[in-house]
Design a protein around this ligand. Structure first.
Ligand code: LMR
Length: 397
């Protein structure tokens, strides 16, 4: 049987993570996979999550099944977090999923049931796992222009022009905030203008919300998504708790479905539970239960928000400091965009050969396309990193 298989292409981000682990250089720097790191380079369990887990262990008296859509309280709290009071709650349903990837995949399966082989428009560039997830669910993909490498900004007019020509019924995948990999995001006015096009063209918004709280703050990061949710008849949101709760390995996410009315929302919710049952039956409980405990308890929630704010502001400080170090070393404003971008990632604008040299000659790991994880920057070694970037870029030679 297995001899019939051809070798699978490794996932570039996860392959880089493995390669980094094997690298024996003591001064190696991991700017690859999107994992938050503190000033000591650690990814600690958040204190609110640890306390919630303790409560969970103390109170849990059964491991019996919870249900296909997971923890009802978790789903309600996640809907609150992402959508607030943007629309009547009766139009929204939530299903807990194994991570944000799980949410993306089961929503994609649901959309394929609604419209087999439908086209999903993806930002150019987008997170490298979007296409494989959508393709695995049977959906086709097209790209819309998004990032202007020369200015470090969103090509909004071109994006709107492409989507204005998209056939009705197509799906548009949008990053709710903290665009991965570019770090360049839509303004609220742009979200509004985009919403008008989506409504006018009959396009379905599918939001990937993996970094809420890592950009401009928990509420500010949800503002575009909430605005859109109030404008469009239907929408889906794949939310992840990996980053903002630091529960990466516990796989905690939520698939949210917005219907035109409660009956349509129920229809979609029934189908997504059937998708789930046919895939993994039910989501794992532990991480979702811990997140629910944090979100439902005022003190733990305050504790979590303070820690999240600490992560966010640290990334902002790193952005500023790194842009400054690069400005000094290049004697130019070429990398100033780093301070304007938001979230974990930015694209440095290096070519593949330069990215390869960063790794080989300096032990600095960035994802192909020159994406860096800002949280991985060592605060006290920014000048060395900046010097390495200057050394490998042809502009400096
Ligand atoms: C990333 O983009 O690095 C993260 O979302 C981790 C992943 O699964 O790729």
């Amino acid at each position: 049987m297995f001899e019939q298989l051809s070798p699978a292409a490794p996932d570039k981000i996860l392959a880089l993570m493995a390669e980094f682990r094997q690298d024996e250089r003591s001064d190696k720097v991991d700017l690859g996979v999107g994992i938050y790191r503190d000033a000591d380079g650690r990814t600690p369990v958040l204190s609110a999550v640890r306390k919630a887990e303790q409560r969970l262990y103390d109170a849990q008296d059964t491991k019996a099944y919870v249900g296909i859509a997971g923890d009802v309280g978790f789903n309600a709290a996640m809907i609150d977090l992402a959508l607030g009071d943007a629309l009547p709650r009766e139009r929204v349903r939530g299903a807990q999923t194994p991570g944000g990837c799980g949410a993306l995949r089961i929503i994609a399966e649901l959309l394929n049931r609604a419209r087999a082989g439908a086209n999903v428009w993806l930002s150019d560039p987008t997170w490298p796992n979007h296409k494989p997830i959508l393709a695995a669910a049977g959906l086709a993909t097209r790209d819309y222009p998004y990032f202007d490498a020369a200015t470090g900004k969103v090509k909004f007019d071109e994006m709107i022009a492409a989507l204005s020509a998209a056939p009705a019924g197509d799906i548009v995948l949008l990053h709710g905030c903290c665009h991965n990999p570019t770090g360049a995001n839509l303004t609220l006015d742009e979200w509004r203008a985009l919403g008008e096009v989506l409504v006018a063209r009959g396009l379905f918004p599918f939001i990937d919300m993996a970094y809420q709280g890592f950009g401009d703050g928990l509420i500010a990061d949800a503002a575009g998504v909430r605005l859109l949710a109030g404008m469009v008849p239907e929408m889906a949101v794949a939310a992840s708790c990996s980053k903002n709760f630091g529960v990466y390995r516990d796989r905690v996410g939520c698939a949210m479905l917005i219907g035109e009315d409660a009956a349509r929302a129920d229809l979609a919710f029934g189908q997504i539970q059937s998708v789930t049952r046919g895939a993994y039956s039910m989501p794992p409980d532990h991480g979702g239960a811990a997140v629910r405990i944090v979100l439902e308890d005022a003190a733990l929630r305050a504790d979590w928000q303070a820690e999240l704010e600490g992560m966010r502001t640290r990334m902002l400080r790193l952005r500023e400091a790194f842009a400054k170090a690069l400005r000094q070393q290049t004697n130019s404003d070429r990398f100033d965009f780093l301070a304007e971008h938001r979230g974990m990632f930015s694209l440095l604008g290096l070519n593949d050969a330069e990215v390869a040299r960063l790794k080989a000659e300096h032990g600095i790991y960035a994802v192909g396309g020159s994406r860096i994880n800002v949280a991985g920057l060592p605060e006290d070694d920014l000048d060395r990193i900046a010097a390495a970037i200057v050394a490998v870029t042809s502009a400096a030679s």
